[in-house]
Design a protein around this ligand. Structure first.
Ligand code: PLP
Ligand code: ZN
Length: 410
């Protein structure tokens, strides 16, 4: 696509020219990109995609902005791995892991940010910014560096130290706000009203969020142009889950899939489960929560797309489940030990919910199940500090290393 696409209100249908806007002036509904699906269906899309680059940009025809070659960090087209050992542990014979830990900055956020940066360049912004729970900060800082844009990233206090250190390496202005992610997000919306900055997940949200569709496109392509029977997706704002489903249904609209009957399941941490709670109570009303969980990257207490997540899961026959911090840690271990992938807490949430649903019998024996593992572990373990003496070594290090600490001289 040469030009950014027009926008339409998701609720009342009012159409807007392309631009850095995200709410409808009439009804305050969210804005969405418009595509000409009939026109797209007439193109040789499958051939275009299959001969495209091994990144999200192979799906350029279905994205709101085009690839900008010099600034592309080439995110996406990550492996879809057959997970036989994890599958055996859970009693699933057709389980796949979509391993999105191997993106340029180690999370799925590279996909959405790449699209947002292309839009920011189109709209001639000089500063890109974001409100982040950790991974977005990394992606924005890295992609902005490569695009030669200034970056300012806002994070809540108390994020994982490893993530914050990584973000800083790319040289953005890094602002730690004394508050939760939801406080940070509110502040960013206010700043975006006053200053011409591209907040990727605020005023560029309609473009940004479309990048999430590529996680639906890729899985279908990697399965041989077939939609899975089930997907398990972690929820923060809820955008990713909604867009994976949108990606699959768009492929059907343009004739690349015959039929999409994928059941879309959502995963949250019990310490921040506003959408899972609404699902369990059978209400459409999502009550804000104050997050208290180790899954920091998913700790959004007022999820912007929560009601659309409820719609998608209900429509497709999916469920939304929440898991405890202990179950999340067990999920991280299980994935690492069975499949050799060391995920951050968000992936632990996905695997723990996958396990819970498998135990409940949600998946049929021959059904294809895809679990989205969306971020890499960021364990920066502090070194053990000792003085340069044997005594200090023996006192502080031996037990940590374990194994025989036998003395050479008896
Ligand atoms: C941001 C994020 C998600 C989900 O994000 P949404 O806001 O729901 O789109 C999932 N996993 C990881 C690792 C993330 O950083
Ligand atoms: Zn509207």
């Amino acid at each position: 696509m040469a030009d950014p696409q027009q926008l339409r209100c998701r609720e009342c249908g009012t159409v807007y020219a392309a631009g850095p806007i995200y709410v409808c002036e009439k009804c305050f509904g969210p804005l969405e990109v418009i595509y000409d699906y009939d026109g797209l269906a007439r193109q040789p899309l499958r051939q275009i995609i299959e001969s495209g680059p091994p990144s999200i940009w192979r799906y350029e025809a279905l994205l709101p902005v085009g690839r900008v070659p010099d600034v592309d960090l080439s995110p996406g087209y990550t492996p879809l791995l057959r997970a036989s050992r994890l599958g055996r542990a859970l009693g699933l014979s057709h389980l796949y892991i979509k391993n999105d830990t191997v993106n340029p900055t180690w999370s799925f956020k590279d996909r959405v940010v790449a699209v947002a940066i292309a839009a920011a360049l189109r709209f001639q912004f000089e500063v890109v910014a974001c409100a982040s729970t950790g991974n977005l900060a990394n992606a924005v800082a890295a992609h902005a560096a490569r695009a030669g844009l200034r970056a300012c990233v806002f994070i809540p206090n108390g994020l994982e130290r490893g993530k914050v250190l990584t973000t800083a390496a790319y040289g953005p202005t890094l602002v730690e706000v004394d508050g939760t992610y939801d406080d940070v997000n509110r502040l960013c919306a206010e700043i975006a009203e006053e200053h011409r900055w591209a907040f990727v997940n605020v005023n560029l949200r309609p473009y940004y969020s479309e990048g999430g569709k590529t996680l639906g496109f890729e899985v279908a392509e990697q399965l041989g142009w077939r939609a899975p029977d089930h997907v398990v997706v972690p929820i923060a704002s809820g955008s990713l889950l909604v867009k994976i489903h949108k990606g699959l249904t768009e492929l059907a609209k343009v004739g690349l899939l015959d039929r999409v009957s994928t059941r879309v399941h959502g995963a949250q941490a019990a310490g921040c489960a506003p959408v899972a709670t609404a699902f369990a109570e059978g209400t459409e009303e999502i009550r804000p929560v104050r997050p208290n969980t180790i899954a920091r990257s998913l700790a959004i207490g007022t999820p912007a797309d929560g009601r659309y997540v409820l719609r998608v899961t209900k429509e497709t026959g999916g469920v939304i489940a929440a898991v405890s911090d202990d179950e999340i840690v067990a999920g991280i271990r299980l994935l690492a030990e069975t499949e050799g992938i060391f995920t951050e807490t968000a992936g632990g949430v996905t695997i723990a919910v996958l396990r819970a649903l498998a135990e409940r019998g949600t998946f049929g024996p021959d059904e294809v199940v895809v679990a989205y593992v969306t971020g890499q572990a960021d364990s920066v373990t502090a070194p053990v500090a000792i003085r340069p003496t044997l005594r200090d070594f023996e006192r502080n290090v031996l037990d940590l290393v374990g194994g025989p600490g036998d003395r050479v001289h008896a």
